[in-house]
Ligand binder design. Sequence first.
Ligand SMILES: Nc1ncnc2c1ncn2[C@@H]1O[C@H](COP(=O)(O)OP(=O)(O)OP(=O)(O)O)[C@@H](O)[C@H]1O
Ligand SMILES: [Mg+2]
Length: 344
Amino acid sequence: MAFGGLFSTDMAIDLGTANTLVYVKGKGVILNEPSVVAYHVKDGQKKVLAVGEDAKLMLGRTPGSIQAIRPMREGVIADFDVAEAMIKEFINKVHRRGFLSKPRIIVCVPHGATPVEKRAIRDSVLKAGASRAGLIAEPIAAAIGAGMPITDPTGNMVVDIGGGTTEVAVLSLGDIVYARSVRVGGDRMDDAIVSYLRRQHNLLIGESTAERIKTTIGTARMPDDGRGQSMQIRGRDLLNGVPKETEINQAQVAEALAEPVQQICEAVMTALEATPPDLAADIVDRGVMLTGGGALLGELDLALREQTGLAISVADESLNCVAIGTGKALEYEKQLRHVIEFDN
Ligand SMILES: Nc1ncnc2c1ncn2[C@@H]1O[C@H](COP(=O)(O)OP(=O)(O)OP(=O)(O)O)[C@@H](O)[C@H]1O
Ligand SMILES: [Mg+2]
């Protein structure tokens, strides 16, 4: 029996800055939780208190004895011990007890990850209980997950807008022709909303509130009526230090998000300019595919189309694309062998 054998469940993991997803071979995506770990700290000893959804609820609300940590930054591991604890916990959640052998696990990594960063991801997965660790480049996984014909001899552009980074890639014949990662994603959008409200309204809000504003009324374009929808938010008035409730509208959010949106547009234009002419012509014909949670920002597709002149589509299940694509690489391993790097 090759590899894991009869009794193991091979898995694919999308270890994201914001969310971690686990795909189990033959089953699909069966775990999707925020990449957050909460620790209880006592006498210098750290004990895992909660992981995922439960831990995210604690972010920004922890007393001194509890730490809620996001171990991934910009798509790579920023805190090794925490990342390992998180991966272990998630694997335990999906890996049925009683299996005789350890699973093989494929994880996607940003195209720009350094050998050291790749090594760190492999080591964490092996320590967390995998028998073998494979890596796949994130843009390839995103494109497979979005259903793009990546093995055809045509240019395909995929733009994955995650929590930490936006990766723009051009693929042809199953490989990456061009890829670039910019440090702009959902987190940067949240920060932009926080600083906008601080600057313009002397209102201090937390990251979770900023994210809620973004996902509820966030938009990449000025609304036609100059206001758009609005919502009530709460924060602290910086002038007198007391809690304050106020209304924010879509025009304000669009203004706050203008810079990160512009940076994403520029990354797409830069990629198109750097793409060999025939492949660039294919992209002009076929358009650009957006994946990742950031692709769900209101009217981002329209804003990108207006600024780049390209046809833009948002992938179905854009938040799950990378995990689905990584999982498919596992399901169709024979055909897609060349996109997975195993090291042992
Ligand atoms: N409707 C929405 N509008 C705008 N942003 C959204 C929406 N839904 C989710 N997001 C944002 O998408 C981001 C998470 O996306 P995703 O899960 O693709 O990131 P990730 O894979 O964890 O990060 P990375 O790929 O950078 O490591 C978060 O910043 C989240 O706030
Ligand atoms: Mg991602």
